[in-house]
Design a protein around this ligand. Sequence first.
Ligand code: ATP
Ligand code: LTN
Length: 356
Amino acid sequence: MSENKPVILTCAQPTGGLTIGNYLGAIKNWADMLEGNTCFFGIVDMHAITVDYTPAELRKNSLSCVAQYIACGIEPEKANMFIQSHVTGHAELAWVLSCITPLGELQRMTQFKDKVQVQAKTQGLGSNIEGDDSIENQDPTSRVSINSGLLMYPVLMAADILLYNADAVPVGADQKQHLELCRNLAQRFNQRYSDTFKVPEPFIPKFGQRIMSLQDPTRKMSKSDPNKNATLFLLDDPKLIKKKIMSAVTDSARDIELSESRPGLSNLINIYSAFSDQTPESIVQSFKGKGYGDLKSDLADLVIEKLKPVQERYHNLMKDPAYLEAVLKEGAEAAQKQAFKMLRKVYKKSGFLNRS
Ligand code: ATP
Ligand code: LTN
């Protein structure tokens, strides 16, 4: 690893197939950062076990995820792609950081509260806590069976980032709060023990930073949404893409305009904009006098055309799992080198006796 190049680190969870939200909000931008930077792109399987999962699916998704990264333009020669559990140090650093993290900060995290709601619903407890804004003031475990890994999730994420002394972390807008916590933890550690960590900058794209659900445009598009029509997956076939976009929830107005009070329409324009690199204003201009049918149909054609080469590359890559495993092995070796270096420094500053 070159010492003077900026370090870019980011990760995605292998909780299912990647979505166009992951692609537009994150991976598409990672591919633009390969030149001039040292890049670490993690597949965070340890984060993925904070929600319900099956081990066989996780294993499958992890390999499929690296194939999707490469298919999206992340060249293995230019980036270190690794599986989180292959690198010793993530969980260790998370433990040290947890000891300087106030519990209240974790309970206030939006993603934690959202996931508690989801788990409450699956446990048939939805009506108990729905609409309860003061959930951070309660012990959620008193009503819902929440694993503490879900609460600790942002600390592990901070460890993922700080372990590599990342300068910048490209993420979608949903991760802004987690990034803020990571920055706070870096500063807190530096103050307490002397300068150790770089304070990383979030990098949030201008377009595509928050792709919303096709069925409920007030919620973020998520790969773990139980309603599969709400989410466009990178590997959806053309027929399915068309069907999902044509049945996207919009409103009863007819014209195409930019309006915050029309979230379904705004989401479609946003997706159009991110895939075509045109501004939302110029898209609205080109659909003047046309309606939803035209916009949806053109958008479906655009998404199908943009995803076609990604899908072709993906299916070819999946024919060669040995190659994918070799990419991950090399990535983990590079990541491990950096992780050990950082962990040694942190342990020393924390007062742990040197291991000879
Ligand atoms: P899950 O749905 O299982 O909670 P996720 O897709 O939200 O997962 P990750 O796979 O970890 O979470 O996300 C990887 C990257 O994709 C992150 O940088 C995240 O900010 C970005 N991302 C995820 N969903 C969206 C979205 N709907 N719009 C824009 N960016 C997104
Ligand atoms: N929390 C992120 C995934 C994630 C991540 C990271 C992103 C885990 N560790 C480190 C950037 C850097 C999510 O849910 N999207």
